[in-house]
Design a protein around this ligand. Structure first.
Ligand code: URA
Length: 434
């Protein structure tokens, strides 16, 4: 077998056999296939696709490329949560402590930013002292004592995905259903939870641009979960504008803390609580959505969810006082207003442009492994459907570098579409597939 033949086969739109997929993944992980050949294969998959059987085989080959985490030392039904990516998506920072405070053990591995979307690990690392590179022992101990731990994907867990994820990020090969489904599900299967709740985002700030594509991706992952004996449910959520009002690493931690205190943006609350409610149902703590939402309301208003978040930060070396004193989080030096050039209504906010604005400011990576700036980002003052007057502030940019700010200003100005008619706002939760 050789990689060149496989690239040509996929380019012609033919299916790869299980053996061919296993050869490709194990050889690439062992460093026997160069990045340029794997990049060509990824591009061929983007154009030619993969059928369900190939996607399931790719998932299992990636799962088997490394270790599987054994979570049997944790009692209870461990529920994992994963988003297909978004802009301003701080849902994990809220849903995980909420579910943990209500008795669902959360032992979660998370990733860094990808493309124009942010990553939970980068956000958590904006908390002074917070360690995401903890050992498996510490991870399990934290879940057993405080019900929650989130760590960076280890090199031993699905190493094929780790390598492919970084390669896809810099070769324009992220937005392919089989590649996203196998990337997510290989990590989820290897990380040992008993059930998964997936947040499949759709819109200009997501990898899936249409509801049809999002449904295909959600169904594909639910089917892979079934084949792997891992109960999986997926929510389809709107990501046509950024979630909530703050986008950027430490800024999203701020919004998450606000929501855990019963404040924060209503859109962030809605999506986070809906995901948390599915985690409670999957974890056997609530029998239906209504009961789950009631329980969530209680743990927010009596402070249990915030207390769990604070304990989680302290367990992983972070400064828990950030929950009371937001000024302890990294803060950008420059605050710049973006004003509306005319009267009207916000017709649309190009979500990918907002994500790229944060990236340009330094909040995301342009090349593999780059350092990021945790303090920079965007605050949206106006969202879709809101009325604006000429000169009114649409958004604030937070920057630490004048040149990056200039570039970001140009991009964010084009992200807002101001029209004469007030547009309708659609639902945020489009469907639940299980
Ligand atoms: N999240 C992942 O883990 N993988 C992808 O490919 C996209 C989003």
């Amino acid at each position: 077998m050789n990689m060149l033949d496989l690239i040509i086969k996929k380019k012609k739109g033919l299916s790869l056999s299980k053996e061919e997929i296993e050869y490709m993944i194990s050889s690439y992980t062992a460093g026997k296939i160069p990045d340029y050949q794997m990049s060509a294969m990824l591009m061929a998959i983007c154009f030619s696709g993969m059928d369900d059987r190939e996607t399931a085989d790719l998932t299992m080959a990636m799962t088997d490329s490394g270790d599987r985490l054994d979570l049997k030392r944790i009692d209870g039904i461990k529920v994992d949560k994963h988003s297909t990516g978004g802009v301003g998506d701080k849902v994990t920072l809220i849903a995980a402590p909420v579910a943990a405070s209500l008795g669902v053990p959360v032992a979660k591995m998370s990733g860094r930013g990808l493309g124009f979307t942010g990553g939970t690990i980068d956000k958590l690392e904006s908390i002074p002292g917070f360690r995401t590179g903890i050992s498996e022992e510490e991870f399990i101990r934290n879940v057993n004592t405080d019900g929650i731990s989130i760590m960076a994907q280890t090199a031993e867990l699905a190493p094929a995905d780790k390598a492919l994820y970084a390669l896809r990020d810099v070769t324009g090969t992220v937005d392919s259903i089989p590649l996203i489904a196998s990337s997510i599900m290989s990590k989820k299967i290897a990380s040992g939870s008993d059930a998964i709740v997936l947040d499949v985002t759709v819109g200009s700030g997501a990898f899936m641009k249409t509801e049809e594509e999002a449904r295909k991706l959600a169904s594909c992952m639910v089917r892979i979960g079934k084949l792997a004996d891992l109960p999986t449910r997926a929510l389809i959520t709107d990501m046509d504008e950024p979630l909530g009002s703050l986008i950027g690493n430490s800024l999203e931690v701020i919004e998450a803390i606000e929501v855990l205190k019963g404040q924060g943006h209503e859109d962030t609350r809605e999506v986070s609580f809906e995901i948390a409610s599915q985690m409670l149902i999957a974890g056997g703590k609530a029998s239906d959505r209504e009961e789950a939402l009631r329980m969530i309301g209680d743990c927010i208003s009596d402070g249990r969810a915030l207390k769990t978040f604070r304990q989680f930060i302290a367990d992983q070396g972070g400064d828990p006082h950030v929950t009371e004193d937001l000024s302890l989080l990294p803060k950008a030096r420059i605050e710049e207003k973006i004003n509306s050039e005319k009267d009207g209504y916000v017709e649309k906010i190009h979500c990918d442009m907002v994500g790229n604005t944060v990236k340009i400011l330094g909040g995301g990576r342009q090349v593999k492994g780059e350092e990021i700036d945790p303090a920079v980002g965007v605050k949206l003052l106006k969202k879709k459907g809101e009325q604006v007057r000429k000169g009114e502030v649409l958004a604030y940019l937070y920057a630490n570098d004048e040149n990056k700010l200039k570039e970001a200003q140009k991009l964010i100005a084009g992200a807002f579409v101001i029209g004469e008619e007030q547009p309708e706002r659609g639902p945020l939760i489009l469907d639940i597939i299980d």
